[in-house]
Design a protein around this ligand. Structure first.
Ligand code: ASP
Length: 440
């Protein structure tokens, strides 16, 4: 049976006609690339404006009762030059008229925002000679605005089953009343994942403007090594890297179906990029540590009570105090008579007095110690479990760099070692860890 690849191209990969040509070449180079999910045109240069942002500003002018024709003209112009340079016939005037027509009925902001992907996908479909399938007809949200997976996967599958190829706009779908609703920003990644899952693709290729994920933050470490292979679990543990390369929610649909994601670079199509999969082929050689990611802005609340280990429910009640105040906990290292709860500082500061009062009243602790200005760094790698001396190396490198370790937490799966350091030591800690664990 022939393989199926779902491809998604991001905004910079489709920002102008020459980028769209590159994307088309990539698609045509492999007939397994059957379904294409498109973003709206993104930035062509660093201080350019994304079409989606133009659409949002058009909407805010409209909502304030101001004249929005200038912004709309800019949007029209962006598409008009793409159409001319691609040499296709496409009536952009009719699309813009349709938007103006719709604005008379006061549609939600999401409607306008979605037009970026809608028009771009129609143009790309025309250029490729592929059918266009509107996401509003196949991707659904429930009345609370949550993605309706069951209905969507079935509908996308039924719609695409008989189409050898199709272009589907990313970023949006429709509500039960037919109104357009979008995912959060960067949501075309999610659409790509949904389409890949629905057609049971062999791979979900996510084409962007970098050759994959990096093993550390390039603002701290000089040209960090790219990550060639990473498991879904490692990726989650590295979530402090942020969603700069891939929208966090894009992982879930494909991960459940065991479909790997391949992050690729439209401007360097020969690079392998990063392959994210549930498990990796056994012949893949990797360093024990796959990546290092961290973040500043945490506070640790350490609660001490003698003979805590003999009591039941102490930890549950402590965590419940945080949950009922709406504060998720990040890490929770324990000692025999202590539990520390590491939380986001700004969230904690907003509820600090209530939380401390509740801990005192409900748990009668011997001491509560608050440590502020904590940075948390995750050193992540499935290979760590098989190698001796990893922890020694991690802590040795931090000691050599003069970094004082204020917290240690190891995930129960030996996949990560979390260290808490003073915020002022954060950059030197990441550099030292990178040098010792990845650069070697
Ligand atoms: N165009 C949307 C945004 O700029 C969605 C996307 O590109 O993924 O957020």
């Amino acid at each position: 049976m022939s393989r199926t690849i779902t491809v998604k191209f991001g905004g910079t990969s489709l920002a102008d006609a020459s980028q769209i040509r590159k994307a088309a070449e990539i698609v045509k180079a492999n007939p397994e690339r059957k379904y294409l999910v498109a973003s709206a045109p993104g930035k062509r240069f660093s201080d350019d404006v994304k079409v989606t942002d133009l659409l949002y500003s058009c909407y805010s002018e409209f909502a304030r009762g101001n004249d929005y024709s200038e912004v709309l003209a800019k949007i029209k112009e962006r598409y008009a030059s793409i159409i001319t340079e691609l040499g296709i016939s496409f009536d952009i005037g009719a699309e813009i008229d349709a938007i103006e027509q719709e604005l008379r009925t006061y549609p939600p902001a999401d409607y306008l925002a979605s037009r970026g992907e809608y028009i771009n996908s129609k143009i790309i479909a025309e250029f490729l000679g592929w059918p266009f399938v509107d996401a509003a007809e196949v991707i659904f949200f429930n009345e609370n605005g949550f993605f309706d997976g069951e209905k969507t996967f079935m509908t996308v599958n039924a719609r695409l089953r008989d189409l050898p190829n199709a272009v589907i706009p990313g970023f949006y779908g429709s509500m039960p009343d037919g109104k357009i609703h979008t995912f959060s920003r960067g949501g075309s990644d999610v659409t790509g994942s949904i389409v890949a899952r629905s057609v049971n693709a062999d791979v979900y290729e996510n084409w962007t403007d970098v050759s994959g994920m990096l093993s550390a933050d390039p603002r701290i470490v000089d040209s960090p090594r790219p990550i060639e292979y990473i498991t879904y679990t490692e990726l989650r543990e590295l979530s402090y890297m942020g969603a700069s390369v891939l929208h966090e929610d894009a992982v879930f649909p494909v991960r459940k179906a065991g479909i790997p994601i391949n992050i690729r670079n439209t401007n360097r199509p020969d690079d392998n990029g990063t392959l994210i999969a549930a498990s990796l082929p056994s012949d893949v050689k990797r360093t024990p540590v796959t990546g290092i990611a961290g973040r500043k802005g945490f506070t640790s609340i350490r609660v001490e009570r003698s003979q805590m280990n003999g009591q039941t429910g102490f930890g549950a009640r402590l965590l419940y105090i945080f949950s009922r105040n709406g504060i998720p906990f990040e890490h929770c290292p324990t000692g025999i008579d202590t539990i520390s709860v590491v939380v986001n500082s700004s969230m904690f500061d907003a509820k600090r007095d209530e939380i401390l009062r509740e801990i005192k009243n409900e748990l009668a602790p011997d001491f509560i110690t608050i440590e502020k200005n904590l940075a948390v760094i995750a050193v992540v790698g499935e290979g760590m479990v098989r190698v001796k001396g990893v922890a020694a190396k991690i802590f040795g490198s931090l000691a050599d760099a003069g970094v004082n370790v204020r917290m240690i937490d190891q995930g129960s799966d030996e996949l990560n070692i979390i260290v808490g350091v003073d915020e002022s030591d954060y950059e030197s800690a990441v550099k030292a860890l990178y040098r010792a664990m990845i650069e070697q």
